[in-house]
Every structure is written in structure tokens, then in C-alpha cells.
Design a protein around this ligand. Sequence first.
Ligand code: AMP
Length: 292
Amino acid sequence: MNSTTDNSVPTVRTRADLLRQVAAWKRAGETVGFVPTMGALHGGHLSLVEKAREKASRVVVSIFVNPTQFAPGEDFDTYPRTEESDLQKLASVNADLAYLPGVEEMYPDGSLTNVRVESMSDLLDGLFRPHFFYGVATVVARLFLHAQPDVAVFGEKDYQQLQIIRRMVRDLGFPIEIIGAPTARDADGLAQSSRNLYLSAEERRNAGALQAALHRAAKRIGAGTLPSEALGEATALLASAGFGKIDYVSLVDPGTLQDLPDEVLAPGSAARLLGAAWMGKTRLIDNISVTR
Ligand code: AMP
């Protein structure tokens, strides 16, 4: 284990070193919480570390920009990589260890084995990024095997991802408790995201409209407005706020992610409203719970 300066966090870069530390903790009766990230850490990531800290006596954070979840032409090469400041931020929230594997460590000899959570991976974001959730499930399964945590924390910000991971853990019987943590937001409601760094000043000013439109639609559906009408209004609001292509605004079953047609949402039932839209060259996503 590499212990760096005082205001940084210890790091390991290999599966063997990580396992050695995790095994020592477990032998000493400690529990391990795990937060997988792609780095460029912001308040949202740090809130997951704090949540993990409530659930376990040790917290491991991985930073790995996972090539298998990027399609050709997406931003794998330009994705922000800010290792030094990430490690300082992790120290500020008392993370115990950062796992920084290279591609060779995560995919030794390439990868012939992938994890596909069928059907849930093919709708919503999966329609627009067909490879994406296969890459996510595959890397998270591998990270779970490397870190062997008791608990892992994921953000509700990526709601479809959270539900897919829950399903993978259930289907494959990983002995890991999955915790969903609320979305950390800027003052205007915009969900914090590493990709917000791509927004120009003007785009950033307009981007808060995504959360505002979802929030308004969720309130109206909750109060009895037909979902189709509220979703139409949300789409129009996004367009007028400067969003270009709107990939989807959808009301779905919170567990299965299947579309909820107007007639299905019974009083008292819960749903999830999700949206994805482009602000300039940046694709933003957000979601909110709906209770009728
Ligand atoms: P990423 O680095 O974007 O892959 O995200 C790593 C983890 O942080 C995932 O579980 C995300 O859902 C979570 N996350 C990202 N943004 C936020 C946010 N604004 N609030 C809470 N969790 C977040």
C-alpha cells in the first residue's frame, strides 16, 4: 500500500494488494464499504463515501475510467482525469483506501466474459447507448470480485444503473448489500456530474432546466395529471430552455424500468420519471421519484 502525503489517501493499484488489505480488515472484524467511480470527483461522489462510512467501518473507493462502457466516438479519451485532486478529496471525507487499477488489472488478457442484465439494459439510456450497461455490469462485477465488499453505494443520479446493479447482485447472488444514495445537486438543482465540466457558462446557466422540468412533471403527475400530458409539457420546457436533442422523458416502473402507460399508474403507486437531453455537446441525465 502506498501512503502518500498527509492530505491524500493511501492507494493500491493491483487486485492482489487490494485483497490483502481487505482480508486484513475482515480478519480484524471490520466491514468494508465500496464506492466505484470514474474519478473527476465532485460532491456527489463524496456524499456516497459518507454514506458508505455510515454503513461500514472501512471505505474503499475505486477510480477507473472503464473503456468497455464507452462507444467509439464517445468521450473515453477526453474524460476528465484528475487523480491528484481526487485523492485529496477522498482524504477530506476520510476514505480509507483508493483502488486505482489500470486497464490490464481490470481486463487481463482482454475480456471474453461479459455480464449482461437483459432487458433492463436495453431501454431508456440503453436505447441510445446500446453497449453502455453491459460495460457497466461487467466492470462492476469485476470490481466486486476485486474488492469483496460487504456494502456498495451507488448514486440515484444514475437510476437505471443502480437498478441494473441491484438486479445483477440478486441474479448472481453477490453477498453484497447495495445502497442507493440521493442525488447531490448544485444550488439551481442541476445534478452534480463530472461531465458538467464540459458545459460553457451559458449552457451551465440553462442546464438547471432539466431538473426543473422533471420536478414540475413529477408534481403534476402526483396530483393526477395524465402522465402523457405532463411528459409532453416537460419535453416542451426542455426545448424552450435550450436543450437540443431530447433523448427521452419517460415514466417507468421503479423496479423493472418498464414504461408506465397512462392507465397503469394507480393512486398510491410509485414510479420513476427519467430524462436525458443534450445541452450543446453534453448529454445530461436526471430522474425523480413520483408518487400518485
Ligand atoms: P461516475 O464517476 O460518474 O461513474 O459515478 C460514480 C458513482 O457516483 C455512481 O454510483 C454515480 O451514480 C454516483 N454519482 C454521480 N453523480 C452523483 C450525484 N450528483 N449525486 C450522487 N451520486 C452521484
